[in-house]
Design a protein around this ligand. Structure first.
Ligand SMILES: [Cu+2]
Length: 271
């Protein structure tokens, strides 16, 4: 018994440590790391799930009741009733009301996700067959992000989720993500932030998130895009403001989109 308790305790401790990625035998959502994901989880757990359970239990009860109460042995002469206006009005009206009750909070969350607040950081994600390319348009940074093969994984790096160049963003800042694709449809999705948008060639979609906790978050391409669809994961590392500035300084050299010469700077400045 004691051993069993330890296993349970260990499981909870461990699940806290790797809260930002899928877990073995996981039920439900990954832990929320943004206000919009928290709203989605609340909406699902506190409104949708109780309604779904209540409807399932009610329908199951009706079926069992009808099977027992109206079985052939008990009803040698079946009823010939075909219509009942009151019941028909009820079974149309009640589902309508249930749908309205679900639609109101659902639209609220959708509209909130759709209205992008003033962005602190803008990141452009470009889907390729089969990896993601990223651009920080305001910082002159561009890089590609490939999945790390299983044999090259370091300790703590999850299989099929870790990438070589992660997206780095500051904590508690609004990050606007511009999403597009180069070849076929992809989708940029990050469960912990409640973000999922299609990446469509020739078109730019937008979404946003504000990560509330420092950590590494994993997502995946969520649109069947070809043979290696499962091997183009998304990794976002959320860091403190200071760490972000430090990363920017290094990334501007390592991932410079175009090298600006000093006199080019001067030319730009004089314009
Ligand atoms: Cu894809």
């Amino acid at each position: 018994m004691k051993k069993f308790l330890y296993i349970i305790l260990f499981y909870f401790a461990a699940s806290n440590a790797i809260a930002n990625q899928p877990k073995d035998w996981q039920l439900g959502f990954q832990e929320a790391a943004s206000s919009s994901m928290r709203e989605i989880v609340n909406f699902h757990d506190k409104l949708l799930l109780p309604i779904i359970i209540a409807i399932s239990v009610f329908v199951l009860f009706l079926m069992v009741y009808a099977c027992i109460r109206f079985r052939a042995s008990r009803n040698p002469n079946p009823s010939t009733t075909t219509h009942n206006v009151a019941v028909e009005v009820l079974w149309t009206l009640i589902p309508c009301l249930i749908l309205i009750v679900m639609a109101v909070p659902s639209f609220k969350i959708l509209y909130k996700q759709d209205t992008i607040p003033k962005a602190d950081v803008t990141v452009k994600a470009i889907g390729y067959q089969w990896y993601w390319g990223y651009e920080y348009p305001d910082e002159n940074i561009i890089f590609d992000s490939y999945m790390i093969e299983t044999k090259d994984l370091k300790k703590d790096q999850p299989r099929l989720l870790a990438v070589d160049n992660e997206v780095v963003v500051p904590v508690n800042k609004v990050v606007k993500v511009l999403i597009t694709a180069n070849d076929v449809l992809h989708a940029w999705a990050l469960p912990s932030f409640g973000v999922k948008r299609d990446a469509v060639p020739g078109r730019i979609n937008e979404t946003w998130f504000k990560a509330e906790k420092v950590g590494t978050y994993y997502g995946q391409c969520s649109e069947l895009c070809g043979i290696k669809h499962a091997f183009m994961p998304i990794t976002v590392r959320v860091v403190t403001h200071e760490e972000y500035q430090e990363w920017l300084t290094g990334a501007k050299i390592k991932f410079a989109k175009e090298i600006l010469e000093e006199d080019q700077f001067k030319k730009l400045a004089s314009k």
